[in-house]
Design a protein around this ligand. Structure first.
Ligand code: COA
Length: 159
């Protein structure tokens, strides 16, 4: 039973994140999607809202479970019995930050592998900030996010 953890801020989850989850399902028996804390970010959605959107978007995949965690990702990964940490790499610009984080995580727990997966190229320009910006100006986000996220963004920005 090979389990991995896929941590992120998911503020909100996009189709690019879902693409990564699907690729992880092909490789592992269980994928735990963890809403984790990046101290440098002040999220638009609460942790509970982000967990709810992930749960709804991923409910068709029985091998996927969603949770939230406030501490170090390596500690949570160890706690849940994960063999590694999944991260998405969209472009070369992601590399330096991801490389640094992967090495720090390995320093913290040398048994914890980081596995990088690339989303489909149609998602390479997506991130959560651009989606929030688009929604703030009442732009159409339906091509980029699951339906529940579209609805929640509309509710948040009143359109
Ligand atoms: N499709 C679309 N967007 C994607 C994506 C994909 N496949 N992969 C990443 N992104 C986007 C995210 O939406 C996010 O966009 P934003 O910056 O506009 O919000 C950005 O790329 C980076 O995202 P994310 O994967 O959420 O990483 P993060 O940098 O916000 O958070 C944590 C990383 C939460 C995993 C990290 O801070 C962490 O591990 N925190 C816990 C403490 C810890 O263990 N730290 C490490 C050791 S010090």
């Amino acid at each position: 039973m090979r389990k991995v953890i896929y941590p992120g801020t998911f503020d909100p989850v996009t189709n690019g994140h879902i693409d990564i989850v699907k690729r992880a399902i092909d490789l592992f028996d269980e994928v735990i999607v963890t809403v984790a804390k990046n101290p440098g970010k002040t999220p638009l959605f609460t942790t509970a809202e982000r967990v709810e959107m992930l749960n709804e978007s991923l409910k068709v995949y029985p091998q996927v479970h969603v949770d939230a965690f406030d501490g170090l990702v390596v500690d949570h990964a160890q706690e849940v019995g994960a063999v590694g940490i999944i991260r998405g790499l969209r472009a070369i610009s992601d590399f330096e930050y991801e490389f640094q984080m992967a090495l720090m995580n390995r320093k913290l727990n040398e048994n914890m592998r980081t596995i990088f997966l690339m989303p489909h190229e149609k998602f390479t320009y997506l991130n959560s900030t651009i989606i929030r910006n688009l929604a703030q100006f009442k732009g159409d986000v339906s091509d980029f996010v699951p339906k529940i996220v579209e609805d929640k963004l509309k509710e948040k920005f009143g359109f």
